[in-house]
Design a protein around this ligand. Structure first.
Ligand code: GTQ
Length: 347
C-alpha cells in the first residue's frame, strides 16, 4: 500500500487554480473517503436515559402548546454526528413525542417514512389513510412515506412514543418535505391487526390475486410480539438470540423499505453476542435492565432507555437481572441490503 500524495505536495498556485474552477484533487482525500478494512465511524455508542428525557418532555408540554409545535418531540441526537443534524446514527432519526389529553397532531404527509413505538400512557391513536390505530404500550405503528397520518389522544394522562424515521437519508437526498391536509375521514372499524392480518401465516384470500400491499399491516400489537418471543425462547438455546423481525405479512419482507425493526428478548442472567453486522442500530428498552458492551464501551440501561450502536460494532448484551428484558431494535439493514453491501462477520 503506497503513501498517497497530500495537498501540501501540490504547488499553492495549482491548488488555487483548482479551487477557482470548483475542482478538488481526489488523492489527498482518498483514504478518508475509502478507508481500508473498516469504515470511519463518528457515531458514539451512548444511552439516552428516560429518567432524563421524561421531565424535559413534560416541561415541553407546559412550555409549548401543540399548536406551536405540530409535533412535540425531543430528538435523541448523537453528539458524534453533530446535535444539530438530529441523527441517532447516520441513517436513524429517533425522537420522543409527547401528546397530552385532548390534543391532536394535525394531518400531514411526508416523504420520509416513520414508525412509532409506544413508551407510556393510554388512549393515544394514529390515523393512517383512514385506519384508526390504537396505541397501546409497546405497539409498533407504521406511518409510511406518502400516507396521510395524524395523531390524537382520547385518554387521560400523557402519552409518549418513540418516533423513528429514515429522515437523515431522505434529507441528505434533498427529498424531504411535507404537506398539510384536512383531518381524515376515520373508518369506524377495528384496525387490520385485529381483522385482516390477525395471525402470522394468514392473509386475506383476495390479496393473493392482486398486487401486494407494500404496507399491509400498520400496527403490530406488543402483546402478540411479547407472547411470540416468550414462545420462541422456550426452544432457543441460552446465548442464542431470541429475536423476531417485523415484516409485511403479504410479502414477508421488512415492513419498511429503509429501516428494519425487530424485538429481542434476553432471559434472566443471559449473555448474547449477536454476529457483528455492517448495519447501525438504535435499541429501546421495553422492559428490564441490563448492559450492552459496544466496541468495548459498556452501556447500562433499564426500562424505556434508548441507545445507539454504530455500524460494524462488536456487541454483547447482558441481562444481569432475574427478570427477562425486552428490547425493540431499529436498524438500517434493509437499506444496506438494497444497496448491496449489508454484511455479517461471523467470529
Ligand atoms: O409524528 O409525523 O418525530 O412528521 C418527526 C417528524 C414525528 C410525526 C417526528 C414527524 C413526526
Amino acid at each position: 500500500m503506497s503513501e498517497l500524495g497530500t495537498l501540501e505536495d501540490l504547488p499553492q498556485s495549482y491548488r488555487d487554480e483548482l479551487t477557482a474552477r470548483n475542482l478538488v484533487p481526489l488523492w489527498p482525500s482518498l483514504r478518508a473517503a475509502l478507508p481500508h478494512g473498516i469504515p470511519t465511524r463518528r457515531t458514539i455508542p451512548m444511552v439516552w436515559s428516560y429518567s432524563e428525557i421524561r421531565p424535559k418532555l413534560m416541561e415541553a408540554g407546559e412550555l409549548t402548546p401543540i399548536e406551536k409545535a405540530e409535533r412535540r418531540v425531543l430528538v435523541l441526537a448523537n453528539p458524534g454526528l453533530g446535535l444539530e443534524n438530529m441523527q441517532a446514527t447516520p441513517t436513524i432519526y429517533t425522537g420522543m413525542q409527547l401528546i397530552l389529553p385532548g390534543e391532536t397532531a394535525p394531518n400531514h404527509i411526508h416523504t420520509p417514512s416513520a414508525v412509532r413505538f409506544v413508551v407510556e400512557g393510554e388512549g393515544g391513536y394514529t390515523v393512517v389513510n383512514g385506519e384508526k390505530l390504537p396505541m397501546e404500550r409497546g405497539d409498533l405503528i407504521l406511518t409510511p412515506s406518502g400516507l396521510w397520518h395524524e395523531h390524537g389522544h382520547d385518554g387521560d394522562g400523557p402519552v409518549v412514543w418513540l418516533d423513528a424515521l429514515d429522515l437523515p437519508t431522505v434529507f441528505a437526498m434533498e427529498a424531504s418535505y411535507c404537506r398539510e391536509g384536512e383531518p381524515q375521514q376515520v373508518r369506524n372499524q377495528p384496525d387490520l391487526a385485529q381483522t385482516h392480518y390477525r395471525r402470522a401465516g394468514l392473509v386475506p384470500y383476495s390479496s393473493m390475486s392482486r398486487p401486494r400491499d407494500p404496507y399491509a399491516l400498520k400496527r403490530f400489537p406488543w402483546k402478540d410480539v411479547k407472547a411470540s418471543l416468550q414462545d420462541l425462547a422456550t426452544v432457543t438455546d441460552l446465548g442464542s438470540p431470541v429475536q423476531l423481525a417485523y415484516v409485511n405479512p403479504e410479502t414477508g419482507e421488512s415492513c419498511m423499505p429503509v429501516l428494519g425493526f425487530s424485538a429481542l428478548m434476553l432471559r434472566p442472567e443471559e449473555t448474547v453476542s449477536p454476529v457483528r453486522r455492517s448495519a447501525s442500530a438504535v435499541l429501546h428498552v421495553v422492559e428490564g435492565a441490563g448492559s450492552t458492551v459496544v466496541d468495548g464501551k459498556t452501556l447500562n440501561w433499564s426500562d424505556k432507555d434508548s441507545f445507539a450502536i454504530p455500524t460494524h460494532a462488536e456487541v454483547t448484551f447482558h441481562n444481569g437481572s432475574d427478570r427477562p428484558a425486552f428490547l425493540f431494535q431499529i436498524d438500517d439493514a434493509p437499506m444496506q441490503q438494497k444497496l448491496g453491501f449489508y454484511e455479517e462477520f461471523p467470529a
